[in-house]
Design a protein around this ligand. Structure first.
Ligand SMILES: NC(=O)c1ccc[n+]([C@@H]2O[C@H](COP(=O)([O-])OP(=O)(O)OC[C@H]3O[C@@H](n4cnc5c(N)ncnc54)[C@H](O)[C@@H]3O)[C@@H](O)[C@H]2O)c1
Length: 412
């Protein structure tokens, strides 16, 4: 490692890698130096983006092994699709076993598609003996961090701990076919987006500075549904947009999920998180909302209510795009503008945090074990939804459970 500076290499050159690269303008002490993806041209485009933003002298690598072994690369951000997680991690570990050196590996959410795969990710990273981080961006969103800090410092200190956290992530559906396929992604919206909302709820209810495992889950209740995309006309539209491999007449995944998780704290007090996620939400674009409630106080935030508004009359019929907000649904009328999406959604703070940990040789508190915990909770949610009952946590055989949506046998 060059004195006081880390070199980061990305696996994957898609949507999230580009977000991370853009966020790097707000990160010190590390440079983006490499990108590998099976699509060499797109890896080169992502590397060029990093160079143009002056966040690093990035280049495209021909293989994961070559990138891991390169002397200018000190850590890897795993940003490939969910179905490539284990294979990506195995190749990193293999390169390390043949003499390459890394300080740390950070992995996008979800850590894996089910409990068994998540355990394998933990096993592999521990075998590799490197520091590890679980990239849960929303915990680093400035409104969440600041709101949580104020609520705990003023509300909880005077009135007692908060008891209920609500978190929701909603948009009109993912951008690539593999997200829609239960067999590839591992589920539907519950796996894809409730991983955020469950962890946001838990984080809000955990005192700043307290260990992540202060709260212990005891009961899980969840429901899933396909409200929009398996309607015949929308199944056909989805096929038209995503290609013949996405057929919601035959193999749907859920586009709506809700869950409540009951926890006990270290004093035995019961607290609750409530999460809602949806791919069937139609609004201006991605909506992230959260609430934290305690005995004499509350806080709330909604990403679409923040920042500026613009208005375009019906005479202006511009091109469809995502230049105003992620997963934008309209180009006319009153539209919200999120000042800095990379900051507001948490990517800047997240990358700053993991960079500093890796540079200081410190194990991040948000690590692969946290990713495993979240995956196990998600599996308990699927189990509850499938069996239509409240699950005492942890249920037996949680780590061998694979959701019906992932097995292609789910009937909404
Ligand atoms: N934190 C967040 O809010 C957030 C947002 C979006 C995506 N994600 C996560 O990031 C990951 C990537 O999502 P995305 O939206 O960038 O998807 P994407 O489809 O836009 O990009 C995936 C990238 O992986 C590459 N790829 C394909 N096969 C691969 C393989 N076998 N090994 C490695 N890379 C391969 C593709 O070429 C592409 O560059 C997913 O796990 C997703 O859940 C997180």
């Amino acid at each position: 490692m060059a004195e006081g500076r880390l070199g980061v290499g990305f696996i994957g050159s898609g949507f999230i890698t580009r977000f991370h690269i853009k966020s790097w303008v707000g990160v010190r002490d590390a440079d983006v130096r490499g990108v590998w993806s099976p699509h060499a041209g797109r890896a080169e485009e992502a590397a060029a983006l990093a160079r143009s933003l002056r966040v690093g002298a990035a280049r495209a690598f021909a293989s994961i092994e070559e990138m891991v072994a390169a002397p200018e690369i000190d850590c890897i951000w795993i940003c490939g699709p969910n179905h490539a997680r284990i294979a990506n991690m195995e190749r990193i570990v293999d390169a390390l076993s043949r003499g390459a050196r890394l300080v740390g590996v950070a992995c996008e959410k979800p850590l894996a598609r089910n409990g068994a795969e998540a355990r394998r990710m933990v096993e592999l990273v521990e075998k590799a003996g490197v520091l590890h981080g679980y990239l849960e961006s929303q915990l680093f969103s400035p409104v969440l961090e600041r709101g949580r800090e104020i609520v705990w410092a003023r509300g909880a200190a005077l009135g007692g701990r908060p008891y209920l956290a609500r978190a929701a992530e909603e948009h009109s559906g993912p951008h690539m076919p593999w997200f829609w396929r239960g067999d590839q992604q591992g589920g539907g919206v519950l796996l894809d987006m409730m991983c955020h909302s469950l962890e946001v709820g838990r984080h809000l209810l955990t005192a700043p500075g307290a260990p992540r495992n202060t709260l212990r889950p005891i009961k899980v209740s969840a429901q899933i549904a396909s409200l929009k995309w398996s309607r015949p006309e929308y199944a056909d539209l989805l096929k038209e947009m995503m290609g013949p491999e996405v057929d919601y007449r035959k193999a749907p995944a859920e586009d709506f999920a809700r869950a409540t998780v009951q926890y006990v704290d270290e004093k035995g007090l019961k607290v609750m998180t409530e999460a809602t996620t949806s791919w069937s939400f139609v609004g201006a674009g991605l909506r992230l909302s959260l609430e934290l409630l305690g005995p004499e106080y509350s806080m709330s935030a909604n990403s679409l209510d923040a920042g500026a508004r613009v208005f375009f009359s019906r005479r202006l019929q511009g091109k469809a795009g995502e230049d105003l907000v992620e997963k934008q649904n309209a180009e006319q009328g009153l539209m919200p503008v999120v000042g800095s999406e990379t900051a507001e959604y948490g990517y800047e703070g997240e990358n700053r945090y993991f960079t500093q940990c890796f540079l200081d040789g410190k194990q991040p508190w948000l690590d692969f074990h946290a990713g495993l915990d979240v995956t196990r909770l998600l599996m308990a949610c699927y189990l509850s939804a499938e069996q239509e009952r409240v699950i005492d946590y942890p249920p037996a055989d949680l780590d061998t459970f694979v959701p019906a949506v992932a097995r292609g046998t789910w009937k909404p």
